[in-house]
Design a protein around this ligand. Sequence first.
Ligand code: ADP
Ligand code: MG
Length: 691
Amino acid sequence: MFLRSCRIPVKSIINKNENIIPKLARLGIFSVSDLLSFYPRDWEDRGNMVPLKNFKDNCVCTLVTVLSREFMGYGPTRAMKVFVEDDTSQAVLNCFNLSKRPWLEKTLVTGSRHFVFGNFSVKKGALQSSSFKTSVETKADKFNKIFPVYSLTSGLKQINIQHLTSELLKRYAKEIEDELPLFITQKRNLLSKREAIKEIHFPSSLSSLERAKETLVYEELFYLEVMVIRRSLERKRINKGAVSTGGEKEFTPLQRRLLDRLPFKLTDGQRGAVEEINGDMSSNAGMARLLQGDVGSGKTLVSFLAALKTQNGAEKGQAVIMAPTELLARQHAENAARLLEPLGINIAFLTGNIKAQGRRELLKNLASGMIDIAVGTHALFSRDVEYNNLKLIVIDEQHRFGVTQRALIMSKGKNPGLLMMSATPIPRTLSLTVFGDMDVSVIKDMPPGRKIIKTHLAKESNEKKVYDFVNKELQKGRQAYFVYPLIEGADGIKDAVSMADRLSADIFPGFKTALIHSKLPEDDKKKTMDDFRRGEIKILAATSVVEVGVDVPNATCMVIEHAERFGLSALHQLRGRVGRGQEQSYCFLVYSDDLTDEGKMRLKVMLENNDGFIIAEEDLRLRGPGQIMGKEQSGYLVLGISNPIRDMDILVKAREDALSILENDPDLLLENNRVIARVLNEAPPFNETAL
Ligand code: ADP
Ligand code: MG
């Protein structure tokens, strides 16, 4: 059996302890496969002896003799001190809550000998531990091993998962089949899947644990690459015969007319991107391009210019621009109307909130080709929406979309061009894996005159200073955002709803404050944003709903409360809401007084960097790709054990192997490659439309 397609429910193998089932479910474990693929987050090496005197990273693993004992307290607080020694030193084992752990008193008797593994530190001049595990000397074989440490949920113990996993391995290990071709396993010196699974849970040595990790990481990245490369080959196949005509990069007359109407010049990066897009779109080999540019680099304008390219004389078609939130879609639609309608282009705005008559009318005009450019949310791709001649699809802030249903989107036209825009920059290393088949344009420069945003860290107890500073900016006629992690109430955390009241009543009574978050009706949000843009509202109390795209150049202050609760890339996005005009802008990251040093270090990355690419790399390193992309949000990057940044060297090998296999045998018909075809068929590791 393939482990990944084995759907035997855990229920069927648990006979005693049934109340464990809902707890496993909380960890996402429902089947045998889920449990065996629930890899440890760490391992305890109790095989390697570390005597008391030489304790390493506070950790000790040694054989001790109990010298004497001392008891304290009564009833539930009864405790015991056990004085022990090994060949190198003496130490104290503190046993609190003795009433709950009666076996300690029974086993750790004076004169007995035990293996001890635990965290030790020197307190009051003595080496001590309150967190340790013991086992009698005679059971050495049960103790002196490498033990897995799993991420748990309340009510589960390490031993529960250890027992279950070991039980499952006894029953099913021999049935686990390899999911990689044998020649690859040999070439890369990997373990068989069966060995890898056994070793990852119960390693026989540290070196075989390493090989097990390497094997599983390789397998995951290999399939990621196989799928990415297959899709890329598919695209080439569709476009076969469509020989590139050496695409025309020149700006079209309509594009030039738009530029003439702008009060500024394109940056070099914008110009380069438009030329590349023009080239793709006039080469009839189809476009699949990712446009990367930091927040504020002016991607929207590039997308408008791309849309104009579809409005060319005889080959005139339609373009759609899709944004992840209604707020942003509306802003784009308004800008498109302002900039493009004077050129004689018909713009439409479509979201899920447009109902009945209005919607029918819109759909009719889209189907007839009356509308040239449609701007909206994913409603643009609802089942009942038809286009007359869809030539270009722009997806803004593509990292915010759920599983981007690329197939569905693409089916709305005849092989339309695809332009994805991303501001949470996807580091090069990652874009290679995930967008392996896409061309990439990068806008490296910012529009001129932008001042670097001054970023400050502030403790919550110092927030008065922050308020005073913002007050001065407001006095000068500027505007401010205050962002909170929650819409409404949790203990000890400031939320947008109650802070909106406090900001307007107590903190800035002289300035008009409004509240904005995702749960408000769209009409209210629209009105608030309009008033804020016009400067009637001075302060927005918001959630991260303002994270993407919002563009109000007169806003110069961004205050993010409980900043430690946001990811670095989200912070960078939020900070990018200011610094969009000519004035100096400021960002304050306010954190709780009790934030750990580690947490502070993380926030400091924001002080030292203005470059979204570096911040994203840092975020990846600290949190891994699942987190950065938002596991639920972004279906496309749900990786288990691998981290493409950390495992770059394995990724490169996996990509090389996948490429050479698919180039020689694109349909995976050769005997050697059959297993790959079977895996893709029986249990595709990634959702294909998501890639
Ligand atoms: P993002 O890349 O984050 O989507 P936007 O498209 O929202 O950035 O652009 C940010 C701001 O910069 C907008 O107000 C836009 O009008 C302005 N802008 C875009 N291109 C230029 C340019 N070449 N020169 C000056 N300002 C520009
Ligand atoms: Mg944008």
